[in-house]
Design a protein around this ligand. Structure first.
Ligand code: G1P
Length: 280
């Protein structure tokens, strides 16, 4: 089955980015000149997705408005309008948010029995020859039997305790176990879930039964682990590209620099400023 639909959870409070996120969604913070959420939607559309459900929450009105097609003379907005014409975007509010798994569960009717891509709304990829989500879709669409695909990145043991950890069978990419935010002593892999997934429709019935984790959330990772318990397959894919997280102020600053410096003229300016700061 083709992957046509994507779910983008964007209901997080962004507390680590306060005060910038006091009244505006963290997904609307600009990376140089473009809100993070626009970069994520662009990745989905360039991956062939034609229907997107964005899960929103408190203070997300500006996010919804950002996806209106408007009359404009601005070249960049005209380009964005063209992209928006290729996709049907709807929004669903996650009232009483209880974590990522709970956000995804709100998309059950949207998925309507189809496999869905999931793109976390607060990180994005640079330097991808093929968009990150398209890499996962290509694997999914070439499988003999439907499965779930989880995008991964290689992380150090310390960083792994803040992510979902994936353990694969031997040298293969078949997932044997998947654990959310393991204790440092139980980290036995360097593969971390990197915010991009293709989920089989069975994920929703699993998430309905997942109970709260120790941090009081319904974890998507626990739903994925329950797929494995039912012998439903999950494969990992090391995403080819640079993952940019926008979780805290320092990461946000670095994200801006990396993205802006893709433009050679901006890169020159930035290097000039940094050099003169170093000289002072
Ligand atoms: C979520 C997922 C985690 C994944 C991470 C990627 O965690 O639960 O498995 O590794 O996103 O950023 P969060 O960052 O929301 O705590």
């Amino acid at each position: 089955m083709k992957v046509r639909k994507a779910i983008i959870p964007a209901a997080g409070q962004g507390t680590r980015l306060l005060p910038a996120t006091k009244t505006q969604p963290k997904e609307m913070l600009p990376i140089y000149d473009t809100p993070v959420i626009q970069l994520v939607v662009e990745e989905a559309v360039k991956s062939g997705i034609t229907e997107i459900l964005i899960i929103t929450g408190e203070n997300k009105h500006s996010l919804e408005k950002h996806f209106d097609i408007i009359n404009t003379e601005n070249g960049k907005l005209k380009e964005f309008n063209k992209l928006l014409e290729k996709v049907d975007i709807t929004f669903k509010r996650q009232s009483n948010p209880r974590g990522l798994g709970d956000a995804i569960l709100r998309a059950k009717n949207f998925a309507h029995g189809e496999p869905c891509a999931i793109l976390l709304g607060d990180d994005f990829y640079l330097n991808c020859e093929t968009p990150a989500t398209k890499q996962l879709i290509d694997i999914y669409e070439n499988l003999e039997y439907p499965a779930t695909i989880v995008g991964v990145e290689i992380l150090s043991k310390e960083k792994m305790t803040k992510k979902g950890m994936v353990i694969v069978k031997g040298e293969s990419n078949e997932v044997e176990n998947i654990i959310e935010k393991p204790n440092i002593d139980s980290v036995v892999s360097d593969l971390a879930i990197s915010g991009r997934y293709i989920v089989a429709p069975e994920i929703f019935e699993k998430l309905e039964k997942v109970t709260e984790s120790s941090r009081g959330e319904i974890e998507l990772t626990d739903g994925l682990a329950d797929l494995l318990k039912d012998n439903l397959k999950i494969y990992s894919h090391l995403i080819n590209g640079t993952r940019i997280d926008v979780g805290n102020p320092t990461e946000y600053l670095i994200a801006n620099l990396k993205y802006a410096m893709l433009d050679e003229s901006v890169k020159k300016e930035v290097i000039k400023v940094i050099k003169s700061e170093l000289d002072n």
